[in-house]
Design a binder for this molecule. Structure first.
Ligand code: NCD
Length: 469
């Protein structure tokens, strides 16, 4: 399948082969920049940035101009009808009728997916809140590939705000898929979120080994066996020390995402890891590339800018050819043949989808599906990733929830007495056919829809049937 007319919302929208194809074209385009002016002539890119941006917006716009196309752009939500309460779907429909491709950055997690559902033209996610930033990951992987030739088997440390950093989340998935070992080095309280770990371990076969005391670097690690990616490798602590002494291939540093702390009312971390000259004297960093999506704050000392290992400005510079290649491919202005041999493609597990316009809703306050202007029309949707315990993954922001109560839409020919709800950890969760399942966040919600507690709603329930999620 070619890339024409596709969206790039999460890094999993591209297989490893397709990422390889983007890089092949990026190499070609960076070697012949001045010859690309005819590639997208007559095409228009809408660049919609509802959050600050320097590199991502300007590199997309530069990319489109270097391909001979044109740009229409928004850089301030206050200047659009969103400020008048317009939904992002209406905006998507309208902008999709003006432009041939849309690049969107938005603070709500899952916003780019909603825009893609309605725009009718290819949509690229340029960052949706703290969720994902797949094109930054393309720049990161491209940099690694150019500098280290391969990604498989590399040891990469992810550094800083692993909780809110969308670049971290997309990169972690991609590194796992390419068979790199990931070492996590978060600031205090900024550990990688559970839903990301859950995907890394269930979908990619990684195994999380938490940092024990006495490690010479306080790192958690996800191990991927390079020769057999997606199979878990257990590395005991002793070998971990040896591994790290052998060297870390890249340190991917990120700033504290202060803007996300204020929306979730979290406090500043008590400590935040810094990369400076002193740290880089360590033997394990001898051959480490120092990477950063930028902008930096003070987690990356200016004194290392001239160090040969520092790659962050180069990383930003590769943003133009990488985004030129991606844009040309999605617009169908260029095609690149994909190698026929089997490669590991992005995991699209066949989880059953649960979607109803009442009952369970996403509990992530940043999720697009719970925003006032959007909740009117977005039908909450989830992948059922596990039945025991019942685990739902939001199709928009991918946060996971463990709802407590379930019922069936088939309640015995409408006999009101048998309209019952049960606890989600009762046998009913598996017994009710997925298409008949109704899931509630709370017993109150179930009762508001006319369901009465069954024997299985209260059994073993210390606080009766009123306990909420
Ligand atoms: C990143 C982002 O916006 O998520 N920047 C970028 O796109 N280069 C990282 C950040 O803002 O910290």
């Amino acid at each position: 399948m070619g890339l024409a007319n596709r969206n790039l919302i999460t890094i999993d929208d591209l297989s490893n082969q397709e990422i390889g194809a983007v890089f092949t074209l990026a190499n070609e385009m960076s070697d012949s920049m001045s010859e690309q002016l005819g590639v997208c002539r007559g095409k228009i890119m809408a660049s919609l940035f509802f959050e600050p941006s320097t590199r991502t917006r300007l590199s997309f716009e530069t990319a489109m101009l270097r391909l001979g196309g044109s740009i229409v752009s928004v850089t301030d939500a206050q200047l659009t009808s969103l400020a008048k309460g317009e939904s992002i779907t209406d905006m998507a429909r309208v902008v999709g009728s003006y432009a041939d491709i849309i690049v969107i950055r938005h603070p709500w997690e899952g916003a780019a997916r909603v825009v893609a559902d309605y725009a009718g033209v290819p949509v690229i996610n340029a960052g949706d809140g703290g969720h994902e930033h797949p094109t930054q990951t393309l720049c990161d992987l491209y940099t690694l590939k150019r500098e280290k030739q391969t990604i498989s088997g590399l040891k990469i440390a992810l550094w800083g705000d692993l909780k809110h950093g969308r670049t971290i989340h997309s990169l972690a998935y991609a590194l796992a898929r390419f068979g790199a070992t990931i070492l996590f080095h978060p600031g205090t309280g900024l550990e990688i979120p559970d839903y990301v770990i859950s995907k890394l371990t269930t979908e990619y076969g990684g195994e999380l080994e938490p940092a024990g005391t006495g490690r010479f670097l306080p790192l958690d690690a996800i191990y991927m066996t390079p020769d057999k990616p997606h199979q878990l490798a257990m590395i005991p602590e002793a070998s971990l020390r040896v591994e790290l002494k052998e060297g870390i291939d890249a340190v991917y540093v990120t700033r504290l995402q202060r803007e996300r702390l204020s929306t979730t009312k979290e406090s500043e971390p008590s400590s935040y890891p810094v990369v400076d000259k002193k740290l880089l004297k360590g033997k394990e960093f001898k051959k480490s590339l120092i990477m950063h999506p930028l902008p930096r704050f003070n987690e990356l000392d200016h004194e290392i800018d001239a160090d040969q290992r520092s790659m962050y400005f180069q990383q930003a510079a590769w943003g133009v050819p990488v985004r030129m290649a991606l844009t040309a491919l999605l617009l169908g202005a260029r095609e690149i043949p994909l190698p026929a041999e089997a490669d590991y493609t992005a995991p699209h597990r066949d989880y059953p989808t649960y979607q109803r316009d009442f009952g369970v809703r996403c509990l992530n306050p940043q999720c697009v599906s719970v925003q006032e202007s959007e909740a009117r029309y977005i039908k909450p949707g989830f992948k059922i990733v596990n039945y025991r315990p019942l685990t739902l993954r939001c199709i928009y922001c991918e946060h996971e929830i463990h709802p407590r109560f379930i019922a069936s839409s088939e309640w015995h020919e409408g006999c009101i007495a048998s309209k019952k709800y049960h606890r989600a950890d009762s046998h009913w969760t598996r017994k009710i056919r997925p298409e008949n399942l109704i899931i509630f966040n709370s017993s109150d919600d179930a009762e508001a829809h006319g369901f009465k507690p069954s024997y299985y709603a209260t059994k073993h329930h210390p606080k009766g049937n009123k306990e909420e999620l």
